[in-house]
Structures are given as structure tokens and as C-alpha cells.
Design a protein around this ligand. Structure first.
Ligand code: SF4
Length: 475
């Protein structure tokens, strides 16, 4: 039976997020339990596998499996993970396939100590690293990193921070990490800071997480973002910081603002939800249209639709209903259902749409298949006109930094004009938010962001043909 997941981002026409990482260290804490709740808050960043590594001061235990956090862990499992230091990971595969072996944290044991590593992002020099590391059972770039760090630590007495300082500069691309040995917790952001990482305080404990929402759920106080190129080290309750890389320009992924981060998280001092509303307001000013109702594509399009409605004066109406209980399934829908698959997730309300000129607002279009079905569905529900408004620019270039968007041939906007896209989607009109306006809405400035998938300007060298199965193919 083939696998097919309704929550699979490719099914929902969303770029797949590349994972969430977490770490906690303190005295007399249930580190694994805290990590469980931290991962629970980060579940939107990956739904394929979940894992926790915990240290009791002498040994590291790793528990991981395919599935959602709440499916992988229960009371019995958590009770078997005692310790005051833990890291966690939730995964969406961007390098390597979705298998147990590729789930994280990655563990390496080397005689006198052991390490565990959680990774969010994608390396861009995986092939070179694999060649340098030699043959080993690694099917992900994360395993390559763990192997390189562990080899450095085979020298007895080498500390984890020193091994990282020596190893990290050889990694290129996007890597936000939480790493631990039996006594030390380390958080790392690559020199461009593609993926976010924040630091929090929970009583006397330190918490590191991909997003601030994970701190909120634990009741931890936000201290600050970990800076691009920074390594924060927590040992014996004391936090120190190092910058092991050559300085580089900050390039936070702008899609964290558009789609990936939780609306209740903050980045660059901005609440994500408010930034998304500002995107909608700017879109209404940039691309006005005469219409009767503003309808969001739930849930991703809701804040932008709110902003659009507010700025345009076109009333906001929940015209699409999301089935919240679909969950994750591995049942393959019949082909006939698959073609109309979006209806399993979303359905249009004829009662509010019929006879109306509809502005349909969403945050992005990647492959376009879902959007096309949505336009058709809204028409079938009796809309007189369907105008699409997208709160980010056309997604034209593949991401090499941890978002799974497939290659260029799968991107609807690659090589197509906006008019041609509108025609393909059978929309009466289509407009995308300009990049300048998007950046303005984030509250950051242009120099802060990676916009490669929207602009084609990659901040680093990128591999020419690497796919996510590079290491598996070469085995
Ligand atoms: S290419 Fe796009 S999705 Fe990838 S890191 Fe850059 S902005 Fe984010």
C-alpha cells in the first residue's frame, strides 16, 4: 500500500517545513517531559517523526519514532526517560526519505562520551562532506554533521563546545542545531541564520527552541534570539556564548514570516500574526479589486484576509470550512477522490458564497494544484467571480535551505507570467504582494532576509543537482 498523508504539505500545496528543534537543561527537572511539550508546540514544523534524547549525567538515552509527538510519546515512554538535560526534534524530511533511521535526534557514541544532535535546515555542501567523511551509514546531512563532531570528540577530554568550534566552520548552508553530550547543552545557528532559534529561562533552567511559542507553552520567559553564527553553551546552569564562524550577512528565511512560523511566535521583535495582517493590508492597497466578500483559505490565509478586508472595506467572510479532524492518515484515497482531494480538507459554503464576487486570500502558491481546486470549488458554490490575492510574491525558485518544494519544474510560477498563472488557475484576476511590500510588512529590512525562492538571489553557493535523496542514492 502506498503512503499518502492528508497533512502532507505537498498535498496541501505548501512547502514542507524542515523541522523543529528544542533543548532544555536545569536542576531537578523532568527534561524529557518539558521537551515533549516543547515539541508539541513545534508540531507544525514537521509531522513525520519525533524524538527526544535525555541525559541522566552519565548516559544518553534516545527515543524516536515515526509519527506525531503525541503518537510517539506517552506517559510510559516519558517515565523511562529520566534526566535533567534533553534535546528534541520533529522532522519533515528534506534530506533523506521518511524512515525511522532518518529520524532524529541523531546519536553517536565514541567510547568515553556520546552526543545527540537535532538539526533544522539543509546543508549545501553535503556531497563534499560525505566524501570527506568516507563511507558510513548516513542518509542525511544531519548524520554527517553528528559523525564529524563525534570524530573530533574521540580525542579523550575534548569538550563538546571545542569539538563544535572546530567542526562547524566546515558546514555550509542552513543549520540550526541543538546538540548535547552527557553534561552540556549547545544551541547553534549557522552564520546566515536561515532558521530561527530562541533562548528562554524557566526558573533556573535554560530552554532553547525553534520558536518562541514553545517557550510560551512551558511558561518560560523569552530571553533573546540566538544570533546568526552564535553558539550558546549551557553547562552547570551557566550560559556562555561563542562565535566560531567567519562573519556573514544575516539571511533569515522570509517564509518564516509568510507561512512557517506559528502566528503566536515572535521574530525580529514582531508578532507573526500581526505581520501577516500587515501583508494583507498592503496587498489590498497594492492590488485593489471590486468584490463583495473577502474569503480566507484557512488557516494559512486568515490573518492576510483580515488585513485585506480591513484595508479594502470588503467584508471578511469564512466561506471555506476546514475539517479539523482529518488528522494524519496513511490511507490512499481512491484516484477519483484524490483529484478532488482538497474537499477532504476544505469545503465551500454555498450559503455565503452564492451570487457573490469573491476575493480569495492565501499566503502562497507553490505547485498550484490545491489553489486550482479551490477556485473551482468556490465557483461551484455559486461565486460570480473569483479573484485571487496572494500575500507573498510568486514562488519561482527551489529552496536549498531546508524547505521541500521539489525542483523548479514543479513550481507553478517558474517561467510563467502572472496572467498565465491566473489563466491556469481559472481565476478572474490574480495579484501577488510585491517583495518590497512583503519585507516592509515584516518590520525587518531587505538585508535581513533570504528571499531566494522569490527572487532567485541565493545568499550562498547552491548544489546544482542535489536532491533530498542524495546520500541514499550514493549508497
Ligand atoms: S529559499 Fe525561500 S524558503 Fe528557502 S530559506 Fe530562502 S526564503 Fe526561505
Amino acid at each position: 500500500m502506498s503512503e499518502y498523508a492528508l497533512e502532507d504539505p505537498t498535498f496541501l500545496d505548501r512547502p514542507g517545513e524542515a523541522c523543529g528543534v528544542f533543548g532544555v537543561s536545569g536542576d531537578d527537572i523532568e527534561a524529557a517531559r518539558l521537551t515533549y511539550f516543547g515539541l508539541f508546540a513545534l508540531q507544525h514544523r514537521g509531522q513525520e517523526s519525533a524524538g527526544i534524547s535525555v541525559s541522566d549525567g552519565e548516559n544518553i538515552t534516545v527515543y524516536k519514532d515515526l509519527g506525531l509527538v503525541a503518537q510517539v510519546f506517552d506517559e510510559t515512554v516519558l517515565a523511562g526517560l529520566p534526566g535533567n538535560l534533553a534535546i528534541g526534534h520533529i522532522r519533515y524530511s528534506t534530506t533523506g526519505s521518511n524512515s525511522w533511521e532518518n529520524s532524529q535526534p541523531v546519536f553517536r557514541h565514541f567510547g568515553w562520551n556520546a552526543i545527540a544532535l537535532s538539526h533544522n535546515g539543509n546543508l549545501t555542501n553535503t556531497a563534499e562532506l560525505a566524501q570527506a567523511t568516507g563511507p558510513l551509514a548516513a542518509t542525511t546531512d544531519s548524520e554527517l554533521m553528528a559523525e564529524a563532531i563525534a570524530r573530533e570528540m574521540t580525542e579523550e577530554g575534548m569538550s563538546l563546545p571545542d569539538a563544535l568550534s572546530r567542526t562547524l566552520p566546515s558546514f555550509e548552508g542552513a543549520f540550526t542545531l541543538t546538540v548535547m553530550d552527557t553534561t552540556t547543552l549547545v544551541g547553534v545557528r549557522d552564520p546566515h541564520g536561515f532558521r530561527p532559534l530562541c533562548l528562554g529561562r524557566l526558573d533556573d533552567s535554560w530552554v532553547i527552541a525553534s520558536e518562541t511559542a514553545a517557550l510560551d507553552i512551558l511558561g518560560a520567559e523569552f530571553v533573546r534570539q540566538v544570533a546568526p553564527g552564535e553558539m550558546v553553551i549551557i553547562n552547570d546552569g551557566v550560559l556562555t556564548s561563542r562565535f566560531p564562524f567567519d562573519p556573514a550577512e544575516s539571511r533569515l528565511c522570509i517564509f518564516e514570516f509568510v507561512y512557517f512560523a506559528r502566528p503566536d511566535s515572535t521574530l525580529l521583535g514582531q508578532t507573526i500574526h500581526k505581520a501577516r495582517q500587515r501583508m494583507g493590508r498592503r496587498l489590498a492597497i497594492q492590488a485593489p479589486i471590486e468584490a463583495d466578500i473577502t474569503v480566507p483559505v484557512p488557516e494559512s490565509g486568515i490573518p492576510a484576509a483580515q488585513g485585506f478586508s480591513e484595508a479594502s472595506g470588503i467584508p471578511y467572510v469564512d466561506g471555506l470550512v476546514k475539517n479539523r479532524y482529518v488528522g494524519r492518515t496513511f490511507i490512499q484515497p481512491a484516484q477519483s477522490m484524490r483529484e478532488r482531494g482538497v474537499r477532504m480538507k476544505l469545503n465551500a459554503m454555498r450559503g455565503v458564497i452564492e451570487g457573490k464576487r469573491v476575493v480569495l486570500v492565501d499566503d502562497s502558491i507553490v505547485r498550484g494544484s490545491t489553489t486550482k481546486q479551490l477556485v473551482a470549488m468556490v465557483r461551484e458554490a455559486g461565486a460570480r467571480e473569483v479573484h485571487l490575492r496572494i500575500s507573498s510574491p510568486p514562488y519561482r525558485w527551489p529552496c536549498f535551505y531546508g524547505m521541500d518544494t521539489g525542483d523548479r519544474s514543479t513550481l507553478l510560477a517558474a517561467g510563467r507570467s502572472v496572467d498565465a498563472i491566473a489563466e491556469h488557475l481559472k481565476a478572474d484576476s490574480l495579484a501577488y504582494l510585491d517583495l518590497d511590500h512583503l519585507i516592509e510588512a515584516t518590520g525587518g529590512d531587505a538585508d535581513t532576509f533570504c528571499t531566494a525562492c522569490l527572487s532567485g538571489n541565493y545568499p550562498t553557493d547552491v548544489p546544482v543537482t542535489d536532491g533530498k535523496f542524495l546520500l541514499e542514492r550514493s549508497k
